[in-house]
Design a protein around this ligand. Structure first.
Ligand SMILES: Cc1cc2nc3c(=O)[nH]c(=O)nc-3n(C[C@H](O)[C@H](O)[C@H](O)COP(=O)(O)O)c2cc1C
Length: 391
């Protein structure tokens, strides 16, 4: 969920500031890029050098320390989220009242994406009438507040005011991203994935190199985006969706047709064998003296073409894996199949496509408008595909 995200961590002058080193590590481990903005008082509790080393980035403190014309309080707002932890009573008061007297409070004022405030302070400070009014004001304005816990405080008492632990702040951050991407709630999506297997005899079959990873990434991502997902795959897949396992093209065709009615969208990412053995041999085919034998093949159903012809009110998406003339073949395929979108990928490249965790695709619509999605993880490619087709 945090892979590739740009997180701005704000640190203020509270005793819990030292714990933010662990939080930064959790974000980094999850694949996020972290920049830190600290108040001058925060650096009395944790050093700039430590924060720089852990975040692998510059630490921003001074508002008027500008090398080139790029005011940092505006430059820092390109982050996906601003997590201010710990947030002192002082900084809470300033943000709630639009005061911008240091780089952190000025950045908070200019920040338009989600801000997570993680208060930490002595219990009397937390219960102070003005602090509570400021918290309510921030909550009403859409700021996310991770309320402090009851626990052992640095001042020696056991009371409310203790900052939530780094793991809990991490979870709260993930949740904000999850809520932000619940764009597909209420949608029903059927996805196929994997390479079909066409039996020749009890030990042999025709199949292909498809790993099913792109379809699994689409299923996981669509579920995270709030969709109700049915994944028809050629092997069992665990996830937050209904999974139906089929082996052959004809079994997959039946499963797709039986589950078609309620769907808003069908994404056919499976590599379906074009042909199957004309007859299945109940016994293992024996080696003979002949140097050649032939195997007669018959055409499998074209599931994508059939459902595209049937459905007018559903978004139908096919995949096109080509080893040459990628766009030419993909354009011909969308015309031939009659689907709404074709996702084309180049399987001649070993760094993307089959079995790789990364991909690079073109999304082509019925009018042959083509959108190039640059090389990225299959999870991130899945987000972009789903965003495009539900645009
Ligand atoms: C040892 C020590 C610990 C402190 N811990 C906290 C704290 O946990 N929460 C808080 O709101 N203020 C705390 N303060 C007070 C803040 O440091 C003070 O209000 C300061 O002005 C906050 O500045 P800032 O919000 O610009 O970082 C502490 C002060 C000291 C000396």
């Amino acid at each position: 969920m945090l892979e590739g995200k740009n997180i701005l961590v704000g640190i203020t002058g509270g005793i819990a500031a030292y714990k933010i080193c662990s939080l930064i590590r959790l974000y980094k481990k999850a694949g996020a890029s972290v920049r830190v903005v600290a108040t001058p008082n925060a650096l009395k509790f944790v050093t700039k050098l430590t924060l720089q080393t852990i975040s692998n980035n510059d630490v921003y403190v001074e508002q008027f320390d500008i090398d080139e014309y790029r005011p940092e309080h505006i430059a820092l707002t390109d982050a996906d989220i601003f997590v201010i932890a710990p947030t002192t009573a002082n900084t809470i008061g300033k943000i709630a009242n639009g005061i911008c007297d240091n780089l952190l409070t000025t950045t908070a004022c200019a920040f338009t994406k989600p801000t997570l405030i993680v208060p930490a302070m002595n219990n009397n400070m937390w219960n102070n009438k003005f602090v509570q009014e400021n918290i309510t004001k921030l909550e009403n304005a859409g700021y996310k507040i991770l309320h402090p816990s009851d626990g052992f405080l640095a001042c020696g008492t056991n009371a409310i005011g203790r900052m939530k632990e780094p793991e809990e702040i991490f979870e709260a951050t993930v949740k904000i991203f999850e809520q932000k991407i619940q764009k597909l709630s209420g949608k029903k999506i059927l996805i196929t994935t994997g390479g079909t297997k066409e039996k020749i005899d009890p030990v042999r079959y025709i199949t292909n190199n498809s790993s099913g990873k792109m379809g699994i990434a689409l299923a996981n991502t669509a579920a995270k985006m709030g969709a109700e997902v049915t994944l028809i795959s050629t092997f069992k897949v665990e996830g937050n969706f209904k999974n139906i396992v089929t082996e052959t093209a004809r079994e997959m065709e039946n499963a797709v047709k039986n589950n078609l009615a309620p769907q808003d969208c069908i994404i056919m990412a499976a590599a379906v064998s074009d042909y199957r053995a004309a007859s299945y041999s109940e016994q293992k085919i024996k080696k003979t003296d002949s140097d050649r034998i032939s195997l007669e093949l018959v055409k499998n159903p074209d599931i994508l073409k059939e459902i595209s012809a049937l459905q007018s009110n559903k978004i139908i998406v096919g995949f096109c894996a080509e080893s040459e003339n990628l766009l030419e073949n993909a354009n011909a395929k969308i015309k031939n199949k009659g689907c709404d979108y074709i996702i084309a990928n180049d399987i001649s490249r070993s760094d993307i496509g089959f079995n790789s965790d990364e991909n690079e695709v073109y999304i082509i619509d019925k009018n042959l408008n083509t959108k190039h999605i640059e090389k990225d993880t299959k999870q991130n490619i899945a987000v972009k595909i789903l965003e495009k087709i539900f645009e």
